[in-house]
Design a protein around this ligand. Structure first.
Ligand code: ZN
Length: 339
């Protein structure tokens, strides 16, 4: 996969004039009776969500915000860079949105990664406490306020959130002012495991900063857990689209346009050379490839380095752990270039 950003292709219509929002008008669009549309990518990390997010963002009337759930991580808020290349804390887009939240206190708010919030997932599944627990309610309100501010900043654009965390996705699906479409993106567990075992630099955080790594067994367990959670969302009758990474890279325009059609947006297409031109995004966190300066467009190619790169031991362990879901999602269990 290759992708980069061309500043000249910024979709000016997605950014507002720059005036500061007041807290009173943050959710004005939702209050007018038009629910805010959110496309939420759910699943396991290293599954191609950065690619999908930016392909979707080519459609007029969309805005990609990266992994919004990471706003609750102090390290991300204070040290990471926005997709536009500016430090997140200094990015004008996010400054306008976050300064509009006069009562926003991420330190006090419940983090999506705390044990309590994991219990919240169970509570939501069982339809207990979802509306009455003040702690949960406050967290849900925060999410809704931020989506509202993004919507106002972008004249009601469809928000593409690639947070992937099923717990966060379920919370978003319970917000009354939000019309969410969940996209369950799945990649072959062996491809994910291979990616997790490799060292990858996060140059934006310093010369010695790297993306997190997991052993193949741990990656396979996490892959299984996240995808099972994502499947639970389907049982919860959320509006839900299932997409395999391998199908996305084989026919990107077809798969992306299927999604866009379902949410009422116009189609995208590559140029004569098969290049997709994406606007600059203000995405939070995510794959550091989004800052690559060596290319100015997205040339979709299948990343199948794992087919030859994953050791026999790691391949066997990963396959053993994830076999039931691999079969359920239509993957072959044995090593094959067809995936
Ligand atoms: Zn930015």
């Amino acid at each position: 996969m290759a992708m980069d950003w061309d500043a000249d292709t910024v979709n000016a219509s997605t950014l507002s004039s720059g005036k500061n929002l007041r807290a009173s008008n943050v959710t004005s669009i939702a209050k007018e009776g038009n629910p805010i549309k959110v496309v939420f990518i759910v699943g396991f990390t290293r599954s191609g969500s950065t690619l999908l997010e930016h392909l979707l963002s080519i459609a007029p009337g969309t805005v990609a915000v990266g992994e919004m759930a990471y706003l609750w991580e102090p390290e991300v808020r204070n040290t990471s860079y926005c997709g536009c290349g500016i430090k997140l804390a200094c990015c004008p887009f996010w400054k306008r949105i976050l300064t509009a939240q006069q009562c926003l206190d991420f330190e006090k708010d419940r983090s999506p990664e705390t044990p309590q919030f994991r219990r919240f997932f169970g509570d939501l599944i069982c339809r207990r406490y979802s509306a009455s627990n003040p702690g949960y309610r406050q967290f849900l309100d925060r999410i809704e306020y931020i989506y509202g501010a993004i919507s106002d900043q972008t004249q009601g654009s469809v928000i593409i959130d690639s947070s992937k965390r099923p717990i966060f996705g379920l919370a978003v699906s319970r917000l009354p002012g939000i019309n969410v479409t969940l996209i369950h993106l799945v990649r072959d567990s062996r491809g994910c495991a291979f990616s997790w075992t490799k060292r990858k630099a996060r140059l934006e955080l310093g010369q010695k900063a790297f993306m997190s790594r997991l052993s193949a067994p741990r990656a396979a367990l996490a892959w299984t857990g996240k995808n099972l959670q994502a499947d639970i969302l389907r049982i919860q009758r959320c509006r839900h689209i299932f997409l395999r990474y391998e199908d996305l890279v084989r026919r990107p325009a077809f798969e992306v346009n299927k999604i866009l059609t379902q949410i009422g947006l116009s189609s995208i297409s590559p140029d004569a050379n098969g290049i997709f031109h994406a606007p600059v995004s203000h995405g939070i966190w995510g794959n550091p490839d989004r800052w690559s300066n060596s290319m100015h467009a997205i040339k979709v190619t299948k990343d199948e380095r794992w087919v030859t790169g994953l050791s026999t031991r790691d391949f066997a362990i990963t396959t053993l752990i994830s076999a039931p879901l691999l079969k359920w999602y239509g993957y072959r269990l044995f090593r094959s270039r067809q995936g």
